[in-house]
Write a protein that binds this ligand. Structure first.
Ligand SMILES: [Zn+2]
Ligand SMILES: [Zn+2]
Length: 340
């Protein structure tokens, strides 16, 4: 059953149109794609390789871990994921809903569990990703290929345009939120505790799991899976899938990414209507994050959820969509004529 969304604010259709039509300041036509030689950051390569090796080892330890440890791994995965999706993505980067202080504090802790840079830095990169999508100022520009948009962008120095345009973004709303400011101040200890100590301590203390198993499975394995799933939104969902809302942009609707990233793979919709709190035309369909935000709404902790009107979505689909619905592709008679 779809959520009733009693407190959803239907967004003014006029505003929808304006928000939709924001053109990136830099486009491939107006800005020559000058790419300085890539500078590899070896420290990040070593560090990422070690974390991935630890996670692969953790995967092989799974059969020797207790069933309760498996459940705890899933629980920490979901907290980790929601710290990104409901937290830094939909709440802080996009302001698609508002959250009371207790929920913001909880999401900030879960965000530290995800260890993907602090809320302010993540939001700045993400706002640049939307504003300058698929240009050199996009931190994980998918035009540079699958590997670059997946994790390669973290292994090399940032393109000068990313730094320059990133500095111009307005982050005052984040700087005024004490939760973001405090999380940034205590970021390193909060990551050490939330990403590694807390997930290891619980199975060891409460059901006698070995600290070794708990660290490699609930710590490293969970962290690296969640990290790669987040990266899939930037790589896979920017390269493969159907485009019901705008066939002229790269982001696409991708089922695997939607399912694993708890609702974040409706990426064609999300780039067309970035302020929709559900990041999708639908409510709870494969979208645990929307379900979570709605539950928080029932508790009075989440409010002012922004949702596009059906009319605005319908009109946009008619105008620029590829004729598909959901995750299925339907060929339109004039498909060959579309410009790329
Ligand atoms: Zn986004
Ligand atoms: Zn994107």
């Amino acid at each position: 059953m779809p959520p009733r969304n009693i407190d959803v604010l239907p967004t003014n259709p006029v505003e929808d149109e304006i928000a939709d039509e924001i053109e990136p300041v830099i486009t491939e036509d107006t800005h020559p794609q000058k790419r300085p030689p890539m500078q590899i950051v070896w420290r990040n390569i070593v560090y990422m390789s070690l974390l991935h090796l630890g996670a692969i080892y953790g995967m092989f330890l799974l059969p020797w871990a207790q069933p309760l440890t498996w459940l705890w791994t899933l629980a920490t995965y979901l907290m980790n994921a929601l710290g990104i999706t409901a937290g830094v993505h939909r709440l802080w980067a996009h302001r698609s809903y508002k959250a009371k202080l207790p929920l913001r504090i909880l999401l900030a802790f879960w965000n530290s569990m995800a260890f993907q840079n602090d809320i302010i830095e993540w939001s700045r990169d993400h706002r640049a990703h939307h504003k300058y999508s698929e240009t050199e100022a996009d931190p994980h520009n998918a035009k540079r290929g699958f590997f670059f948009s997946h994790c390669g962008w973290l292994l090399v120095r940032k393109h000068p345009d990313v730094k320059e345009k990133g500095k111009q973004l307005d982050l005052s709303d984040l700087m005024e939120d004490p939760v973001c400011v405090v999380q940034r101040k205590i970021y390193v200890p909060s990551v050490i505790f939330m990403c590694f100590i807390f997930p290891t301590f619980v199975p060891w203390y409460f059901w006698g799991e070995s600290a070794w198993n708990a660290f490699f499975v609930c710590g490293l394995f969970r962290y690296i899976i969640a990290l790669n799933v987040t990266w899939f939104v930037n790589s896979w969902a920017h390269l493969y899938g159907n485009k019901p809302y705008d066939q002229n942009i790269n982001p696409a609707e991708n089922f695997f990414v939607t399912f694993s990233a708890v609702g974040e793979g409706y990426h064609n919709y999300h780039h067309v209507f970035p302020s929709d709190y559900s990041t999708s035309e639908y409510g709870w369909r494969f979208n645990l994050t929307t379900f979570f935000i709605d539950c928080m709404g029932v508790l009075g902790l989440a409010y002012d959820k922004k949702k596009m009107s059906h009319e605005a979505v319908f009109r946009r689909k008619q105008r620029t969509g590829d004729g598909s619905e959901g995750f299925g592709y339907v060929v339109k008679p004039n498909d060959e004529k579309k410009s790329d």
